[in-house]
Design a protein around this ligand. Structure first.
Ligand code: PMT
Length: 400
């Protein structure tokens, strides 16, 4: 995700400095080259050696250090950064940056950089709510500084409230977004994901093997590209991706209602969910008893959500469906593309190894309304998601 990127990680002096260690580990794992700059206060909480060992690079603490200035001075660090992260960012550091003060290595390097700067504030709730701090944050936001909002909880100082540094995994998400081209900024994207569950009785249901991985990858990728994302998901074991509006549903009918509630506001709708085509005609109020050698459950048709969306599609709205097939992939997907009035359909042969349900990869063919098609090789679902969004951006540009 961060391969080829150089990140300067600034650590300022707060108890949350320990979280910067985990963030560094995630950044390095993501492929980034990371250079750490610590304030004097930060070194009181975590030793530079910890950051040095995990980053594989010398840690910078002094503004005027002849050796490191010669090897990689603060201006060079500022120039080389693709992204500057300060985590934790104390009220003091944020105040200094907002005030144009550069009196140590960290604030001097930030002032000298042209890279995007992402701040992960961490402070006492009263400091966070202090009008002077609020003004500083507002000012920095106006100037394009990015913030990984702190969260509420018990603070190290004994108070409870907003001010805890955001979890490292989520600061990492914000970092990836900051380094991603925002070609979906201003676009509202709805993604559906996962299976639906159609209850037979209080303990049993009819469903399928969808894990939600494909849909969640799409939602995450769309958010990183700047879209406002609504993810309508059937039951899965996955945590909701950061930043998206998450709508949890169980049955196809529930998914239909929730999708139609906000579909009118969406510019792009991607239906990756594996919706059950049928549901039991009746849901027994009590657990069905074991009687006889056979049991017949009568199924009735569920609403076809995608077909309804296709019928109600407004000008400029893009509708993308998926087709899960085991035979006649292209033929069946083409019928769905036409009958459901789609702009594009992502056809996957779910019987092919490495494709379809549950796995981390997929093999898809993209079929378009104008009859053109393209075949993608075996890719990670993250990569498939990114390819689908590339095509969506191109289709939107073509329809302007
Ligand atoms: O979740 P994963 O484990 O990552 O697996 C990914 C996936 C295999 C679920 C995904 O790649 C996929 O193929 N999703 C679509 C599955 C499906 O229901 O395909 P379908 O051919 O039955 O339906 C065609 C389209 O109509 C789909 O966009 C589906 O969301 C939609 N549909 C289907 C039935 C219905 N009643 N309402 C619908 O909206």
């Amino acid at each position: 995700m961060l391969k080829g990127k150089t990140i300067v990680l600034g650590v300022s002096g707060g108890i949350a400095a320990y979280k910067a260690v985990e963030l560094l580990r995630l950044l390095v794992k993501g492929g980034a080259e990371v250079h750490v700059v610590m304030t004097k206060g930060a070194t009181e909480f975590v030793t530079p050696l910890t950051f040095q060992t995990l980053s594989g690079n010398p840690v910078h603490t002094e503004l005027f250090n002849l050796i490191t200035e010669q090897e990689i001075g603060h201006i060079s660090l500022a120039d080389r950064a693709d992204l500057f992260i300060i985590a934790p960012a104390t009220a003091n550091v944020i105040g200094k940056i907002a005030g144009g003060i550069a009196d140590d290595l960290l604030t001097t390097t930030v002032m000298a950089t042209k890279a995007p700067v992402l701040l992960a504030p961490a402070m006492n709730v009263n400091m966070y709510e202090n009008p002077l701090y609020r003004e500083n944050e507002e000012k920095l936001r106006r100037h394009g500084y990015l913030f990984a909002e702190p969260v509420s909880g018990f603070l190290a100082c004994g108070w409870e409230g907003k001010g805890k540094m955001q979890e490292p995994a989520l600061v990492m998400e914000a970092a990836v977004a900051a380094l991603t081209v925002q070609d979906l900024a201003g676009v509202t994207v709805m993604v559906t994901a996962g299976p639906t569950r159609e209850e037979v009785d209080p303990v049993r249901f009819v469903s399928n093997h969808s894990s939600g991985k494909m849909g969640y990858a799409l939602a995450r990728a769309a958010w990183r590209r700047g879209a406002k994302v609504v993810l309508v998901s059937g039951p899965t074991a996955l945590p909701p991706p950061f930043g998206v509006k998450f709508v949890a549903v169980e049955s196809a009918r529930e998914m239909r209602d929730r999708v139609l509630e906000s579909s009118g506001e969406c510019d792009v709708i991607i239906k990756a969910a594996a919706v059950a085509d049928y549901r039991p005609r009746e849901r027994a109020g009590d657990k069905l008893k074991k009687v006889g050698d056979e049991m017949v459950v009568t199924l009735v048709k569920n609403p076809d959500i995608l077909r309804e969306l296709g019928a109600a599609k407004r000008p400029g709205q893009l509708l993308v469906g998926f087709a899960a097939e085991t035979v006649d992939l292209e033929k069946n997907a083409t019928v769905k593309l036409r009958e459901k009035n789609l702009d594009m359909i992502v056809a996957n042969d779910v019987s092919a190894p490495g494709a379809g349900f549950g796995v981390d990869t997929n093999i898809v063919r993209l079929l378009y309304r104008d009859g053109t098609k393209e075949e993608l090789p075996l890719l990670a679902k993250e990569e498939v998601a990114s390819a689908i969004l590339d095509r969506i951006v191109a289709l939107r540009a073509g329809s302007d």
